[in-house]
Design a binder for this molecule. Structure first.
Ligand code: CTP
Length: 403
């Protein structure tokens, strides 16, 4: 995991939610990592956690009042001196205010007066997190380059549980340090050719029907977007994407597995890194009917003959040139973690790629979601990364690892 050895000025902003008590852990972790921590809190945050606790742990005064320290222009000075800012917890209200650039308390003025990378750890009830307004605001912040850590899924304040729980302090502290080092190295893919496949193939049965899958292409598009932002020359091969390809990448639209293979074959040899995030149909109908298949011709039963599609990832891994990195994805439905990893290890061996990004999918998880939880296995089967968050933050973590 990349980290900076440099002592950083970290501003920890705390907004008013019950998870504010866990901010104490974030402050502690950052101090233990050797950084100088300055806490700024909203009025309501200090109703959940006491300033003396934060002062003792951060070894600095805690500021919360816009009208204190006016002579030293504190509302601007703290932001200007920050190397990185982390807001934990970030309530729905704080996220909304940050997304439109409001500056009506010390936390928001500090953010607005700073050029430092910003990390936020959302924490709220599931309904608030999933609300279209919050999701919109999160996307705005993400597009601006803000790192979003979590939220995790688990027990919330009341009896309810679900997505909305603040990520663990250690994860937030590490993401904060990483956000700083990423800013320094943000052109770490300059000069590299990156080829990414995304979406789900559709194998036609007749002019109106196909065999498809539920992949939307969001994770692959996030990877393309992150790689382009980090300076790579990116080609995105998209099969039936439900999201727009990002700006600044070469985009090739395909429909079927065979079309995807042809597009990959054309570009594979010049690519330094190939990420196969697309969900590719293993079979296609042996014959495609020229006209709509009619049930009055077939009666009660209808059989479709399917033939195997080529395994594009395995072929790429077999013919990779030295130095070329090939990454596969595996969406698995095993509910048991141990079984899931066993399945993934076997797949990694079978495919022969350098890394396999594994995520759990099911009727209600994985597809179409804005967030993802992944485990990455390296050749040989070792777990080299486990992370969760928005698809863009997961994309950056994968690229950090590959770099
Ligand atoms: N893949 C591929 N060509 C295929 C099928 C899959 O290149 N015909 C790639 C996918 O892009 C992904 C990886 O292989 O990176 C794993 O895809 P998955 O569908 O999970 O694997 P399968 O080979 O289909 O294995 P299984 O059917 O046993 O789950």
């Amino acid at each position: 995991m990349p980290s900076s050895n440099q002592k950083l000025n970290v501003v920890v902003g705390i907004s008013g939610g019950i998870a504010a008590f866990k901010a104490v852990g974030v402050v502690r972790e950052l101090v233990l990592l050797g950084h100088n921590v300055q806490v700024v809190a909203t009025e309501s945050a200090l109703k959940f956690v006491g300033a003396p606790t934060l002062e003792a742990l951060s070894r600095n005064p805690v500021y919360h009042d816009l009208f204190e320290g006016v002579a030293e222009v504190r509302h601007v000075a703290i932001g200007q001196s920050a190397d990185v800012i982390v807001i934990a917890p970030a309530t729905a209200n704080m996220i909304a205010r940050l997304s439109v650039g409001l500056a009506d308390d010390l936390v928001s003025t500090t953010v607005l007066a700073s050029k430092a990378p910003l990390v936020i750890a959302p924490a709220m009830h599931t309904e608030m997190w999933q609300h279209a307004s919050t999701q919109h605001n999160i996307r705005v912040l993400e597009e601006r380059g803000v790192t979003i850590v979590g939220p995790a899924t688990g027990q919330l304040t009341g009896d309810d549980s679900g997505p909305g729980r603040m990520a663990e302090p250690t994860e937030i502290a590490l993401a904060t340090v990483e956000a700083h080092s990423r800013k320094i190295n943000r052109h770490d893919l300059a000069g590299r050719h990156v080829l990414i496949t995304a979406g789900g193939t559709r194998e036609p049965i007749d002019p109106v029907r196909f065999i498809g899958n539920r992949s939307t292409g969001k994770q692959g598009v996030a990877l393309a977007s992150a790689a382009a932002r980090r300076g790579a020359m990116v080609t995105l091969i998209g099969a039936n994407l439900e999201v727009s390809p990002p700006a600044g990448v070469e985009f090739v639209a395909v429909g079927t597995a065979n079309e995807l293979q042809a597009a990959v074959d054309l570009r594979a040899s010049k690519s330094d890194l190939i990420i196969m995030a697309a969900a590719i149909a293993d079979y296609r109908p042996q014959e495609v009917s020229d006209s709509k298949i009619k049930k009055d011709v077939h009666g009660e039963q209808f059989q479709l003959n399917l033939v195997r599609n080529p395994d594009i990832l395995a072929t790429l891994a077999n013919s990779a040139r030295p130095g070329q990195v090939i990454v596969g994805f595996a969406a698995e439905t095993d509910t048991d973690e141990v079984k899931l990893l066993e399945t993934a290890k076997l797949k990694l061996e079978r495919k022969g790629c350098d890394f396999l990004v594994v995520n759990k999918v099911g009727w209600t998880e994985g597809f179409a979601s804005e967030s993802n939880a992944i485990t990455v296995l390296a050749k040989g089967g070792d777990i080299v990364l486990t992370t969760s968050g928005t698809k863009l933050s997961v994309a950056d973590s994968i690229l950090d690892l590959l770099i």
